[in-house]
Design a protein around this ligand. Sequence first.
Ligand SMILES: Cc1cc2nc3c(=O)[nH]c(=O)nc-3n(C[C@H](O)[C@H](O)[C@H](O)COP(=O)(O)O)c2cc1C
Length: 209
Amino acid sequence: MSLIDKLEWRYATKKFDPKKKLSAEQLDNLLTAIQLAPSAHGLQSYKVLVIEDPEIREQLREAAYGQPQLTQASHVLIFASYTTIDGEFVNDFIGNVAKIREVGIEHLEAYRQSITGFVDRLAEDQKITWSHKQAYIALGVLLTAAAEMGVDACPMEGFAAGKFDEILGLKEKGLTATVMATVGFRAADDEFSKLIKVRRVKEELFIHV
Ligand SMILES: Cc1cc2nc3c(=O)[nH]c(=O)nc-3n(C[C@H](O)[C@H](O)[C@H](O)COP(=O)(O)O)c2cc1C
């Protein structure tokens, strides 16, 4: 199957088979795809919580308007964005660049200043919005990787973020819930898997200039 065929195959899974779990390798590959997602300046201004605990998942389901994927899927991946993006955050990033690329930190000063300049120009609420956007890019990469691997997924933003923050203690970690994906394997009787995909025709979706 080509990637396009796999993107046709995928759909927002509403009913997972609770007996089918991702192997450790499949989960790790999904997490690697998220790790490799691009982000503005490479800052990766989010964390991803990998939730398996059944009790926590019950609580999350309640805060997600009872959506069954929360308890039926193999895993729940929650993208949570940092709420404070400041000079220290940028310094940590630059420190990581220096370590991984084995470059003296002094050679990265102009780079550090350009990122700090960008971050400093954003108001606090703009920073959080920006941070959320980065998390959505990682979500997109995850969904594509899952399809490529034959793993089912449902992207989900139908939840009360404040309640998720409370249940997961995100505020204390300087984070807030952005979006999530439930991953696993579709139930054989998920009616949604049979629906024909609805997308706008290319003439309507694209503008060629
Ligand atoms: C950001 C985002 C949030 C979504 N939230 C939910 C959700 O909370 N619950 C749900 O069942 N589906 C959710 N969906 C799935 C969409 O409804 C679905 O992707 C869309 O209808 C297109 O269908 P398809 O993905 O099956 O092709 C969400 C999708 C995205 C991209």
